[in-house]
Design a protein around this ligand. Structure first.
Ligand SMILES: [Fe+2]
Ligand SMILES: [Fe+2]
Length: 189
């Protein structure tokens, strides 16, 4: 299976949250979240090694880990993975892969609050050796997880999910973000 080639592999310094307009294609939205997560991993590595961590790296990482990542994990665990378990063929061998990814999510749920507390307390101080190890371990686990999802899960999802599966995924992701299906804007906006 070929690795997913997003149309925007290099987001560069762009650390803005994923654009809600991409929810028209929910798998594209998830792929964009993955690009953003990869940028945040790079920011965590910079924070781990810089003599003076950048305030922008800290703010971007905190915004992603605190707000976007929990939504992304729910998109996958509550909607995408169950749809895939239902639609995929036995030869896709998706069940074992999804079990492993869900386990990764549980580890992330335990480790993320620790990383958030570290970043919140950091200010402009250089990180300690113990903090450095935590940040690097976290980003390397996250990268490994991203590789599996981009190279295996998303390509199979594109093959197997029907139009109506994609529509239900899209509606659930919009609902999770409080976006009205009619206007594509946050409810009450
Ligand atoms: Fe993901
Ligand atoms: Fe995931």
């Amino acid at each position: 299976m070929k690795p997913q080639s997003g149309r925007n592999q290099h987001r560069g310094g762009c650390l803005a949250p994923t654009d809600f307009a991409l929810l028209a294609d929910p798998l594209e939205f998830i792929a964009e979240d993955h690009l953003r997560e990869r940028e945040v991993c790079a920011a965590l590595d910079r924070i781990a090694t810089a003599p003076q961590p950048s305030a922008q790296d800290i703010a971007s990482a905190l915004a992603f880990l605190g707000k976007e990542l929990p939504l992304h994990l729910s998109d996958e665990e509550e909607d995408l993975f169950p749809l895939m378990r239902r639609c995929c063929l036995p030869e896709d061998e998706i069940g074992r892969m999804i079990n492993r990814l869900v386990q990764d999510h549980h580890h992330a749920s335990v480790d993320t609050p620790e990383v958030i507390s570290l970043l919140e307390a950091l200010g402009s101080a250089e990180v300690t050796e113990q903090e450095r190890q935590l940040l690097r371990r976290y980003s390397s686990y996250a990268r490994r997880h991203l590789i599996l999802e981009n190279a295996v899960v998303l390509p199979i999802a594109r093959l197997r999910l029907s139009e109506s599966d994609l529509e239900s995924l899209r509606l659930r992701m919009m609902q999770r973000r409080g976006i009205s299906p009619r206007t594509n804007t946050p409810d009450g906006a």
